[in-house]
Design a protein around this ligand. Structure first.
Ligand SMILES: *Cc1c(COP(=O)(O)O)cnc(C)c1O
Length: 404
């Protein structure tokens, strides 16, 4: 034991040992467990084409915040960049830097609006910041002057009803005054965000677009010439063609989920979460499963255990509620989902064996049929939305990228 510690301590000191600055996600090469998220790069490219067709002449900037909605922002960005996407958006400066350091050259808009004291990084990494209040304008202008750069292009965010980030219309005149004193700031883009794109009345989108036009007019009168106006997320893009403007910002649609859409889309889910049966047992009638004995066998039952739990992102709300796929059929989750493992009732599924594949999210073709579990289905059990289902898939689940 002592010698093992000695040698690993020595390895950490050798100059060739990599220094780890931040926790990285489990890498495919580290995998022992059969649990993994498979990302279909062909589905991403297909979804990009569907989105581009819908966007018409508007540019498409894919939203890759939160590690590309859990799919792995670097690999997704690389795939979409090769597929000629016009650019990408992220929420955090850190996320943008991660992409640049991975070699992504496509334009990147940082939407979250928080730059701390790291304005210098914004220009060093050639990022487009979204500015959402007057104080930021002055702060950035000073930074640009101080850094010796000539100018910085920004997108200005207008709050037209979301009440989250952005300059509200009554405040716009004072922001315009501040801009007048900051010639090094060039407003090249104008953006807003819809509150009711995927739920609520369509007119709400049009109302917000109306306010957005007013804001644009105010800026143009003051001599600004924003060349890109953008507002639409995935839902607005599909529900309200007028919202596409010059550029669209779809996120979830690229990953194959059509949020709250009644229209038929041909989007393909890009992520599949799969694992394998690691234990099988027979229960007699009356025996129970899992913590708290919340499930009791009403008959002689076959229970399969899979190594996927809430720490992997499988919500505990699926306890005694959700399903997984095995041999192409749906198997109910029984008992409570635990941190690392979940049990399935496979009594009605013939011929289940150790190492059989189980799918918690996505489609499966098996000897007994074909089925799929969508992010919407899982979200319904959680009382949540598909966005949370995708971003919940945790760090310890390695992502495997595959071409179809
Ligand atoms: C997340 C986000 C989007 C993308 O939304 P989807 O519904 O996933 O398409 C677009 N714009 C902003 C400002 C966002 O925060």
């Amino acid at each position: 034991m002592a010698s093992l510690q000695d040698s690993s301590a020595k390895a950490a000191l050798t100059p060739t040992a990599p220094r780890v600055f931040r926790p990285e996600r489990a890498a495919p090469s580290d995998v022992v467990r059969p649990t993994r998220a498979e990302i279909n790069l062909g589905a991403l490219r297909h979804n990009l084409r569907v989105v581009q067709r819908q966007a018409g002449s508007a540019r498409v900037f894919g939203v890759l915040k939160a590690d590309g909605y859990g799919h792995g922002a670097k690999a997704v960005a690389r795939t979409l960049e090769r597929a000629k996407i016009d650019g990408v958006c992220v929420a955090l400066l850190e996320e943008a830097i991660e992409l640049r350091e991975a070699g992504i050259r496509t334009p990147i808009i940082v939407m979250g609006g928080y730059y701390g004291r790291a304005w210098a990084e914004v220009s060093r990494y050639q990022l487009t910041p979204v500015i959402h209040d007057r104080d930021q304008i002055a702060e950035l202008a000073e930074e640009v002057r101080f850094g010796g750069a000539e100018s910085m292009d920004i997108h200005l965010k207008i709050d037209t009803g979301m009440a989250r980030l952005g300059i509200r219309l009554p405040e716009l005149h004072s922001a315009v005054q501040t801009l007048a004193g900051c010639p090094e700031i060039r407003v090249t883009g104008l953006m807003t965000h819809f509150a009711c794109a995927d739920a609520g009345p369509r007119e709400a989108i049009l109302d917000q677009l109306g306010l957005f036009s007013e804001a644009e007019a105010t800026l143009r009168q003051a001599g600004h010439t924003p060349s890109v106006r953008h507002a639409a997320n995935s839902a607005a893009l599909f529900r309200q063609p007028a919202a596409a403007l010059d550029m669209v910002r779809p996120g979830i649609a690229l990953f194959g989920v059509a949020p709250g859409l009644s229209v038929e889309t041909t989007l393909r889910p890009a992520m599949r979460v799969r694992t394998e049966v690691v234990a099988l047992r027979q229960l007699r009638q009356g025996q129970t499963v899992g913590y708290g004995a919340t499930w009791k066998a009403g008959r002689a039952s076959t229970i399969a255990t899979v190594p996927l739990g809430y720490a992997d992102g499988l919500s505990r709300a699926l306890s005694n509620q959700g399903h997984m796929l095995i041999r192409g059929r749906r198997a109910p989750i029984v008992g409570v989902v635990s941190m690392d493992m979940t049990m399935l009732d496979v009594t009605d599924i013939e011929g289940v064996n150790m190492r059989d594949e189980c799918v918690a999210l996505g489609a499966q073709k098996g000897p007994l049929g074909e089925a799929s579990i969508t992010a919407e289905e899982v979200a319904n059990h959680m009382g949540s939305i598909p966005w949370e289902v995708l971003t919940n898939v945790s760090r310890r689940v390695p992502r495997f990228y595959r071409e179809p």
